[in-house]
Design a protein around this ligand. Structure first.
Ligand code: Z5A
Length: 221
């Protein structure tokens, strides 16, 4: 049976890395084989493209070229990591995916949605997420968390954008979640870590594990 595909989205410092890891650990404890991955990156080719994008050297080439670079990275990631894992029955937990392109490249570069959707069709194919969490925090909180975590290291290509940009992103994620309410669940990321983790787990149990328990044997914790 094909594995389940769960993605995490949201602004900078909203807790995606924290909660992708926590969910993968909890699923493993239930005997579910998981692959934890991220975008941009998650495969050898995509990690090279990640470095190019986040260093900012592609910024002068324009928002459309950056969008195409994200798509090239995704194509490699889906072919080399995500699709083989799902086909093998593993669950894939991914930190950022298509909704980041829809929101960031649309908001940042006003890239034509037709281009974004066409690239999505080519790169993603059947590997659409079964469930997506948007971790929602005000931009000021997320940026402050990310700054604390970064310490003295320099801000990357996107962290260095103005706070208004990050607030626009937050709104855009919420609009997207409203439009695709069947797939996307918004979680208040301001709550304490363990509360956020419990809300995520409850949703996974309700939406994915409930169905699975009817057809598949799951190892006891
Ligand atoms: N991007 C794009 O433009 N288009 C695309 O298609 C894709 C991506 C796929 C990737 O950056 C950048 O690429 C991203 C969008 C763009 N840029 N931005 N901005 P990245 O991978 O380097 O970083 P990120 O995805 O933005 O994530 P992040 O900064 O690593 O944050 P996070 O993963 O959401 O948060 P975290 O690391 O789990 O938590 C941050 C800190 O807060 C950390 O110290 C935690 O311990 C703490 N934390 C977490 N949860 C809590 C709670 N609940 N309370 C208090 N503190 C907490």
């Amino acid at each position: 049976m094909r594995g389940k595909f769960i993605t995490f989205e949201g602004g900078e410092g909203s807790g995606k890395s924290t909660h992708t890891a926590a969910l993968a650990e909890r699923l493993q404890a239930r005997g579910i084989d998981c692959v934890l991955t991220r975008e941009p990156g998650g495969s050898a080719g995509a990690e090279i493209i990640r470095h190019i994008i986040l260093s900012g050297i592609a910024k002068p080439l324009g928002a459309e070229t950056e969008t195409i670079l994200f798509a090239a990275a995704r194509d490699d990631h889906v072919r080399m990591t995500i699709a083989p894992a799902l086909d093998a029955g593993k669950w894939v937990i991914c930190d950022r995916f298509i909704d980041s392109t829809r929101v960031y490249q649309r908001a940042l570069g006003k890239v034509d949605m037709k281009l974004i959707r066409s690239l999505e069709r080519v790169t993603v194919g059947a590997a659409m997420p079964d469930l997506t969490f948007v971790l929602d925090v005000p931009a000021g909180i997320g940026l402050a968390r990310a700054k604390t975590r970064r310490g003295s290291a320099a801000a990357d290509r996107f962290e260095s954008e103005a706070i208004e940009f990050h607030e626009d992103l937050r709104r855009a994620f919420l609009v997207l979640a409203e439009r695709e309410a069947k797939r996307i669940v918004v979680i208040d990321g301001r709550a304490p870590r363990d509360v956020v983790a419990e809300r995520i787990w409850a949703t996974v149990e309700e939406r994915l594990l409930g169905n699975l328990a009817q057809g598949v044997e799951i190892a006891a914790p």
